[in-house]
Design a protein around this ligand. Structure first.
Ligand code: THU
Length: 130
């Protein structure tokens, strides 16, 4: 059974949030997650002068997850510029769900909450195999 160090994930999320490229929204975001092999992956938002092309922090995290060997996401913390827990946008809930499923725990102001609550009755890989 893998131990979730929420304080460490929070620190990692806050650290990478400082690297965000958010000159347009001025809303830096950082996210960090524990993978089932024990490593931690993270990401920050990367905006673009063509506004619609901006990448959310979760996009970077998922890219780092796959590029560093893949695996399943166990627990995630997303933060804003104050280090407060941030609610991932709808698209990013779907991105996280793909790689963690219903059991992925997301830290919220109410404590760790499973994706089954964050994104109920989610569409995912299982739907394509039926
Ligand atoms: N943002 C994220 O990076 N993740 C989210 O889940 C919510 C929104 C970013 C996108 C944009 O760069 C900025 O926050 C303001 O919307």
């Amino acid at each position: 059974m893998i131990t979730i160090d929420w304080d460490r994930l929070h620190l990692e999320a806050k650290a990478i949030m400082l690297n965000a490229y958010a000159p347009y929204s001025k809303f830096p975001v950082g996210v960090a997650a524990l993978v089932d092999d024990g490593r931690i992956v993270s990401g920050c938002n990367v905006e673009n002068a063509s506004y619609g092309l901006g990448l959310c922090a979760e996009c970077g995290l998922v890219s780092n997850l796959i590029a560093s060997g893949g695996g399943r996401l166990i627990a995630a913390v997303c933060v804003d510029s104050n280090g407060e827990f941030l609610s991932p946008c709808g698209r990013c809930r779907q991105l996280l769900f793909e790689h963690g499923g219903n059991d992925l725990l997301l830290m919220t102001p109410d404590g760790p909450t499973p994706m089954s609550v964050i994104l109920p009755w989610a569409f995912g890989p299982d739907n394509l195999s039926s």
